[in-house]
Write a protein that binds this ligand. Structure first.
Ligand SMILES: Nc1ncnc2c1ncn2[C@@H]1O[C@H](COP(=O)(O)OP(=O)(O)OP(=O)(O)O)[C@@H](O)[C@H]1O
Length: 249
């Protein structure tokens, strides 16, 4: 029985905090689709609260890694453990498409699947993404950026210990994406969730992550930690960006 589901539990309406972020332990992970080996003997440890960006050429296995962590894709060999010290680790995924239900308003989309006792967190999350005044607005009445903010609120309202983001801003224009970066940084500081972000955008990776993992041929080709503190200065990161870019080609 987790503390979150006990009848006496009253979530703090001002907090989206996940508790401790989850730790992720992946050992000798292999994923094959038929004769295609997509992840090959991959070993990875992620510490609680760490933010990892996963980059790499198209088809390199980034989404597959995320889907294995989310329990959506079975693995062929190896071990995957997701642990949270104080609770059962909750895992949420956010995709490039918002995947909102068109017949539900924003708040109902955010609270869908939440236990009744936790529904008030939905409004906190919607407030966190700046859309409290659009609670009853339907997805088709929102812009693409606003829909992704609702999708982010939905992920955060579940207070995940592990947040998996698969190209969440890939379909947004550059300005909206930049404002989503700022928003995500603030919200992640609030939640403490361990985060894996799959992205094609090296600048996004270097701006948001504590650690950048480059996948190539189903293996970890680079695992680097930008030394600069956040918020990061683009100029200071340029040598590291060029180094990673060289390995992406
Ligand atoms: N369900 C599946 N069945 C068969 N093959 C699959 C399946 N899912 C992924 N693959 C294959 O696995 C490989 C890796 O795909 P994956 O989506 O993980 O790569 P990616 O690095 O996320 O690529 P992109 O950057 O283009 O999104 C590809 O060759 C893809 O065709």
């Amino acid at each position: 029985m987790t503390a979150l589901t006990s009848p006496s539990f009253r979530p703090d309406p001002l907090s989206l905090r996940a508790g401790d972020g989850a730790s992720v332990h992946v050992q000798n992970l292999t994923v094959k689709f038929g004769s295609n080996t997509v992840l090959r003997d991959l070993t990875l440890d992620v510490a609680p609260g760490e933010r990892v960006a996963v980059v790499g050429a198209s088809g390199g296995g980034k989404t597959t890694l995320l889907r294995v962590l989310a329990g959506l894709t079975p693995h062929s060999a190896g071990q995957v453990q997701i642990r949270q010290a104080s609770d059962e680790a909750r895992v949420r995924v956010m995709f490039q498409e918002d995947r909102l239900l068109p017949w539900l308003g924003a708040l109902d989309n955010v609270t869908l699947g939440l236990p009744r006792a936790e529904r008030n967190v939905g409004l906190t999350a919607l407030t966190g993404v700046g859309l409290a005044d659009r609670a009853s607005t339907y997805p088709h009445e929102l812009s693409g950026g606003q829909r992704q903010r609702v999708a982010l609120a939905r992920a955060l309202a579940h207070r995940p210990a592990l947040l998996l983001l698969d190209e969440p801003f890939g379909a947004l224009d550059a300005l909206t994406r930049a404002s989503m970066h700022t928003l995500l940084e603030t919200l992640l500081d609030d939640t403490g969730a361990t985060t894996l972000l799959v992205t094609h955008d090296l600048d996004e990776a270097l701006k948001l992550a504590d650690r950048v993992l480059l996948l190539r041929g189903g293996e970890v080709a680079a695992d680097v930690r930008p030394a600069a503190p956040r918020p990061r200065d683009r100029v200071a990161l340029e040598p590291l960006r060029q180094h990673l870019e060289g390995q992406l080609l």
